[in-house]
Design a protein around this ligand. Sequence first.
Ligand code: ADP
Length: 324
Amino acid sequence: MIAMDVVALGELLVDFTLAGKSAGENNLFEQNPGGAPANVLAALTRLGGSGAFIGKVGRDQFGAGLGQVLSEHGIETKGLVSGDEAHTTLAFVHLDATGDRSFSFCRKPGADTLLRPEEVDFGLIDSARIFHFGSLSLTDEPSRSATLCAVEHAQKKGKIISYDPNWRPPLWKSDSAAREGMSLGLKYADIVKLSEEELFFLTGTDDLPSGAEQLYASGKSLVVVTLGAKGCYYHCSAGYGSVPGYAVRTLDTTGAGDGFVGAMLYHLSRMDHSLDQAPKELIEEILSFANAVGALVTTKPGAIPAMPTMAEVLSFMEEMRQQS
Ligand code: ADP
């Protein structure tokens, strides 16, 4: 029986972001819940959709806190397991002298990489319309095997499979290991969302339309490349093209891509058409809605706390329509 829109599998971690200096001039870090698949579910539930999470945290304060955040956002957590073998994964976000962000991960190993195939709640996958995953659970064993078992199960059960191959160079041994691992997930995906940089990295092209076409032609139903403030570019059976973004006062782009995916999956899970039969206008409407969610996420700090409600998105889109 289909009981929910999306089940997402992957990393759940604590992101520590710089939050000024103490009186003693030491860096202060703010503790934020993080992990792309969880952010996607938070975006979805905030819009009124339903979702469940599958993943692993350590049996510690951080893990318990993360589980609580998911529950507070209406995300089903019975697929979230905790273990004693490693602590909950932590990531520290640093800013260099030019203001560019870099990550250092406490993940050698972190609990998220220790999800085992037998710990996956396959019943949850059966009960969802869409299975969503990313590439971070493919970096290490046993979570790589657990992810592949889960996605193969989802495929066998005829679920729509959505994949976001996030590229985090420090988490892979080499670029070629990253390309191989990230490509593994691509094999199963019906829907792929990626950045231009990830598209070029995976396809070896440096041309957006031909890279998107190449991915689409490898057997996908919908390829979406997000382009920051410019919006996104898509390729699907009904055609291809750009969908412009929305001009907003951007404060923090964390979580914009995940908000975009959550919004897109919200509508795709409710669509009357199959993905391969959806008209171009409908796909563009859905992507424009996802652009609006991505834009709104950038106007607030953080990822999960920045996800907008359906009412907020609709009134923002109406306001933008009136201005144009
Ligand atoms: P990611 O967060 O995965 O790197 P992007 O930065 O491309 O992905 O953002 C995802 C989506 O969020 C974009 O396609 C766009 O719709 C929206 N978005 C991101 N940054 C901005 C911005 N500065 N202004 C308006 N919309 C944005």
